[in-house]
Design a protein around this ligand. Structure first.
Ligand code: ADP
Ligand code: MG
Length: 479
């Protein structure tokens, strides 16, 4: 019998607010100069008093509604006491007994709670000393805890990805993992029975890839420990990216080690008595969520799921596609063709730094798609035309431009015949080979003809003209 893994996640996200959680210092994750966004409150000077940031509370409550959680009626903040240089007060203000949100579910994973706390300072260790930047100290931090119900690494990553999307849709956090704006901790245990095994917590997982690898590694490590007769130790482990393995950091504290107690400097909140925190008011500020967008795109446009996933992750592309899709009025084939160009080609232009959507009007793009759909332009030239349209140079008439650039598929037989004749007379050797039975030589001649037409020749017509011309010439030479 094999061991079954059990995983529970704890995810932190730095919230987007003008000021910090309990003071007026700026909350600016991009500030490079250390220790400028600080004040006596977040530096824990004696005699200062914290004030709750309303926007941060709203972000967490909206997240709660987005995952179908229950908003607290009563809530309070607690002091989590521990001693470390990154926490100037000697305690972190967090929530213990009364989190802002309880329960909820996302992608089939049950959520235990979502609460609000403050971030710690950033410490940097250099040789025998450490440097501390307090810009981050006191920045609002959301923590979401799941039930131990996840059974594999992929599901854990999918959950975290969806949470990241929702944070971004809500405007609650940029949730960039590389920047530490979203941090995932994975708790993992394995067992052969229904009783859970001892869990190990892995911290500092700074990308989705690392979350997956660390979980897979940890499951294997625990299996090896148990099969060789050992015992899994309850501890906190880190991830060594170089060695691609987890390593022991410290024995896990119990919650009583933190001596939690309600912060006497902060008011307790009756959420239901604060109008801005009412569900009705909060719901007004919740935009269409990723799952709703997926369903709508499926229903309205019927495009491939993998395309929908591209749009769910890229708002700019989604808005562009939406206006294109609406202009193509339920023509399923053209809509999918348009989506193919957007997800295969436009996305690449974006990544190269082109301001695609700023320069190319959806109506212009629709014209190109219609031309391609009708065979008036080759796929390659359709892309070339899109590149032109996406450039800052303003193009008024798409069709005129395509024509003057020679992008239009050349279907005029007499003009194409000129090209065919020219290619045959210029490539006597290859023509001989073809006549000698070398079929592939035709491909070469076709290639030359396409080249001579500057890629605009209709390849089907060119090929049939070539064949016709080569066989009549052959008959003539036999006479
Ligand atoms: P602690 O008191 O050690 O912080 P919690 O019960 O608060 O533990 O759970 C913390 C996280 O660990 C949660 O995400 C929870 O789902 C997860 N967890 C709890 N027990 C297990 C277990 N046996 N295996 C895996 N994850 C677990
Ligand atoms: Mg806990």
């Amino acid at each position: 019998m094999t061991y079954k893994p059990t995983i529970g996640l704890e995810i932190h996200a730095e919230l987007k607010t003008k000021t910090k959680m309990f003071c007026n210092s700026k909350n600016d994750p991009d500030e490079k100069e250390p220790n400028v966004n600080i004040c006596p409150i977040c530096m824990a000077h004696p005699g200062t008093l914290p004030v709750i940031n309303k926007q941060a509370v709203k972000h967490v409550l909206k997240m709660g509604l987005a995952v179908g959680g229950t908003l607290a009626d009563f809530t309070e903040f607690d002091r989590k006491n521990y001693f470390y240089p990154d926490i100037p007060k000697g305690y972190q203000i967090s929530q213990y007994k009364y989190p802002l949100v309880s329960r909820g579910n996302l992608r089939g994973v049950d959520i235990t709670r979502i609460h609000l706390e403050e971030d710690t300072a950033r410490s940097q260790h250099e040789g025998d000393h450490s440097l501390i930047d307090f810009n981050r100290a006191g920045v609002p931090l959301m923590e979401l805890v799941t039930e131990p119900v996840i059974k594999d690494a992929i599901t854990a990553v999918e959950f975290a990805r969806e949470l990241q999307l929702i944070l971004r849709y809500l405007g609650a956090s940029d949730a960039n993992m590389e920047k530490g704006e979203m941090r995932v901790e994975a708790n993992i245990s394995i067992s052969k029975t229904d009783t859970f095994g001892t869990k190990v917590e892995i911290k500092n997982l700074n990308s989705f890839r690392v979350v997956e690898r660390a979980i897979l590694y940890e499951i294997k490590r625990q299996e090896e420990v148990l099969t060789s007769g050992g015992e899994v130790v309850q501890e906190t482990r880190g991830w060594n990216d170089k060695k691609q393995e987890t390593f022991s950091q410290r024995a896990k504290e119990d919650s009583h080690d933190y001596r939690y107690f309600p912060d006497p400097d902060l008011p307790k909140l009756k959420i239901s008595e604060i109008p801005e925190f009412s569900e009705a008011e909060l719901k007004k500020e919740i935009p269409e969520l990723p799952e709703e967008l997926r369903e709508r795109f499926k229903k309205e446009f019927g495009i491939k799921d993998e395309d929908i996933e591209v749009y769910v992750n890229d708002k700019k592309l989604a808005v562009f596609f939406m206006s294109v899709g609406n202009k193509l009025k339920r023509d399923a084939k053209l809509i999918q063709l348009a989506s193919n160009y957007i997800t295969n080609n436009l996305i690449g232009l974006f990544e190269l730094g082109h301001h695609v959507v700023e320069h190319m009007k959806p109506s212009q793009f629709v014209e190109v798609v219609k031309m391609a759909g009708a065979g008036e332009i080759s796929s390659n030239n359709a892309v070339a035309l899109m590149v032109d349209l996406a450039s800052p140079y303003e193009i008024q008439d798409v069709h005129k431009h395509a024509k003057s650039e020679g992008y239009l598929q050349q279907s005029d037989e007499s003009e194409l015949m000129e090209i065919v004749k020219h290619v045959i007379s210029e490539n006597a050797g290859v023509v001989e080979e073809y006549r000698g039975g070398k079929e592939v030589s035709l491909k070469y001649l076709l290639g030359q003809a396409m080249k001579e037409s500057k890629g605009a020749g209709n390849p089907k017509i060119l090929e049939s003209l070539l064949k016709k011309e080569l066989s009549t010439k052959q008959q003539q030479s036999r006479l």
